[in-house]
Design a protein around this ligand. Structure first.
Ligand code: ADP
Length: 193
């Protein structure tokens, strides 16, 4: 059985986490933010150390351990009764993050919509990321050159995922709007199929 899924897609700081958290409290949606799964690892575990090493440089963690961690997270939440694969829609935020990950997950996910959240102002994204660094104590976001590296990784490695899923699944969402309006735009399509 494949997991019915919608993807929150877009540059770092565009508001995927904000939308994901709201969607996650609606019955029959289950939010999974891959970055949060990594941040919840113990810093002295092998994968925790790998995460700090890569995210501290603005780079992606290697694909195989990432997907394995994600599968464990989903399985644990299924066993714990928080995620019900038969009835729930997964709201994925931050995964798949490159075409290779999308290919690995091809037989696992039934992607019904990709919400491509787009902001017209990159400087606004940078400012948001810096604010978040202070508020959420996120080391990977603290330094300006790391933020630039993350935006490059997004352009070069993550954006091609849009093409992988194809035009019929991708919905462009204006991320410069107020969060409630962004949510309304997402929900209009998320509940369709
Ligand atoms: P943002 O919301 O700013 O895009 P995330 O919290 O999603 O950031 O991710 C933080 C870091 O965690 C990334 O820069 C990367 O190092 C790592 N990471 C998160 N998801 C993935 C993934 N699917 N594959 C590889 N690395 C990931």
């Amino acid at each position: 059985m494949k997991y019915r899924s919608i993807l929150l897609f877009g540059a770092p700081g565009v508001g995927k986490g904000t939308q994901g958290k709201i969607l996650g409290v609606i019955p029959n949606f289950f939010h999974c933010a891959c970055g949060d799964v990594f941040r919840n690892l113990r810093a002295d575990s092998p994968l925790g150390r790998t995460f700090i090493e890569y995210s501290g440089r603005g780079q992606l963690v290697p694909d195989e351990p990432t997907i394995e961690l994600w599968r464990h997270f989903i399985e644990n939440n299924t066993k714990a009764g928080r995620f019900h694969p038969e009835t729930d829609t997964l709201v994925l935020d931050g995964i798949p993050r490159n075409v290779h990950q999308a290919k690995i997950l091809k037989n696992t996910l039934n992607v019904t919509a990709v919400f491509y959240m787009k902001s017209s102002d990159e400087e606004k994204l940078v400012a948001r990321i810096q604010r978040r660094a202070i508020k959420e104590n996120r080391l990977d976001d603290a330094n300006l050159s790391v933020i630039r590296d993350r935006l490059h990784v997004y352009e070069n490695e993550t954006k091609p995922v849009l093409k992988f899923y194809g035009r019929h699944l991708v919905h462009r969402i204006n991320a410069d709007q107020k969060p409630a309006k962004v949510l309304a735009d997402i929900l209009r399509h998320a509940t369709k199929k």
